[in-house]
Design a binder for this molecule. Structure first.
Ligand code: CAA
Length: 383
């Protein structure tokens, strides 16, 4: 067992930390207040290679590890969780499936552009009637001659309003259930694609999400991602990786909330001494730091397994389940440490509290993570 980071991973972490603290953190509260997509930060992340961290450099990526991806995601999300999820969707939910299931033409074309950050991607699986039950897709894909015709509605699509490309899931054979689901790479400028107004959200307000409407959208055969009927596996295996990214985002939110509470407890005085000298506060900080460390180890282990080509679906679900709980617990306790000051927007912890909640919902709710983990446990028990 080796808990030491490689020199390369340390360099990624340092670069991400410097960028996050010098350029992201100072404007994070404004991004949140203005519900603004931080386009300029996305452009800088592209320059740093963060929009396609683990994509080989032959396809426009930085060719780094998934461990490096987690380290960078934690740093960036600790400064701004909205910026973190913009990055994670592009990396995990768009570049990753095209790397894994795409044709050489797709990798040389659209993947290279996405991984270099020249274009931004989104992932359209959820629908009004298909959230946790991802197999219940109603968006249709019908083959007419050599074209595919897509119709339907997608919901809560992160990056949707600002995306250039979309990994789109459709049902081409309803009778076949999940084996009738087919994925496509869809340029968002294709005729018949429109976006609804951006969702008005509790947290991650700088991350734009919306409904996507497809009306007789025509795609060529070359837009298929993977096999006809193979879309559910594309979605599930993509989410295995995506959940590592969201665990890292949750970790970043938790770290930011903890550090804010720790620093505040040194300066804030009650009953004649800094509150860090009160055992009630010390115990809170001790619990926060311990839980964050445990979440970090789970998340890094899932990424390490992915880097080492070992199965990681169970560990990524565990990492997301635990890290998202820690983010919510730590952010709530951080507000408690701040007292009244924690409840007002002058201090950052109310933002961390609002941003934390989504990590228990998207890329599979905590209940879905438990289902995924339990499915692995059942299989292990039967071996
Ligand atoms: N990798 C590859 N294949 C997998 C897989 C995986 N991780 N998990 C399941 N499969 C395969 C199974 O092997 C099975 O294939 P066969 O029939 O060939 O054996 C098939 O998929 C069906 O498996 P299940 O019977 O387990 O599927 P299910 O319908 O019961 O659903 C589920 C399983 C885990 C509940 C799934 O529906 C799920 O993950 N739901 C949550 C969806 C989700 O996370 N949505 C997030 C949307 S994206 C998002 O949030 C982005 C954002 O905004 C940032």
């Amino acid at each position: 067992m080796d808990f030491l980071l490689t020199e390369e991973d340390k360099m990624v972490q340092r670069t991400a930390r410097d960028f996050a603290q010098s350029q992201v953190a100072p404007i994070a509260a404004d991004i949140d207040k203005e519900h603004r997509h931080p386009k300029e930060l996305v452009a800088k992340m592209a320059e740093l290679g963060f929009m396609g961290i683990a994509v080989p450099d032959a396809y426009g990526g930085a060719g780094l590890s998934n461990v490096g991806y987690v380290l960078a995601m934690e740093e960036i999300s600790s400064a701004c969780a909205s910026t973190g999820v913009i990055m994670s969707v592009n990396n995990s939910l768009v570049c990753d499936p095209i790397s894994k299931f795409g044709t050489e033409e797709q990798k040389k074309g659209v993947l290279s552009s996405l991984a270099a950050g020249k274009e931004l991607g989104c992932f359209a699986l959820s629908e009004p009637e298909a959230g946790s039950d991802a197999a219940a897709q109603r968006t249709t894909a019908e083959k007419k001659g050599d074209r595919w015709i897509l119709n339907g509605v997608k919901n809560w699509i992160t990056n949707g309003p600002v995306a250039d490309q979309c990994v789109m899931f459709t049902m081409n054979d309803k009778e076949a259930g999940h084996k009738g689901i087919t994925a496509f790479v869809l340029p968002m400028k294709t005729k018949g694609v429109t976006c609804g107004p951006p969702d008005d959200k509790l947290g991650i307000r700088g991350s734009k999400s919306c409904q996507i409407f497809l009306e007789n959208v025509e795609l060529p055969e070359s837009a298929l991602l993977g096999e006809v009927g193979g879309g559910f596996k594309v979605a599930m295996s993509t989410l295995d990786g995506g959940r590592i990214g969201i665990a890292a985002q949750a970790l970043g939110i938790a770290k930011a909330a903890y550090e804010a509470a720790r620093d505040y407890s040194v300066t804030r005085k009650t009953f004649g001494k800094p509150i860090i000298k009160h055992q009630a506060i010390q115990f809170k900080l001790a619990d926060m730091a311990t839980e964050i460390e445990a979440a970090r180890l789970l998340t890094l282990k899932a990424a390490w397994l992915k880097d080492n080509k070992k199965p990681y679906g169970k560990q990524s679900a565990m990492a997301k389940l635990y890290a998202s709980k820690v983010a919510n617990d730590v952010a709530r306790e951080a507000i408690q440490v701040f007292g009244g000051n924690g409840y007002v927007t002058e201090y950052p912890v109310e933002r961390h509290f609002r941003d934390a909640k989504i990590t228990e919902i998207y890329e599979g709710t905590s209940e879905i993570q438990r289902l995924v983990i339990a499915n692995y446990l059942k299989k292990e028990a039967q071996q």
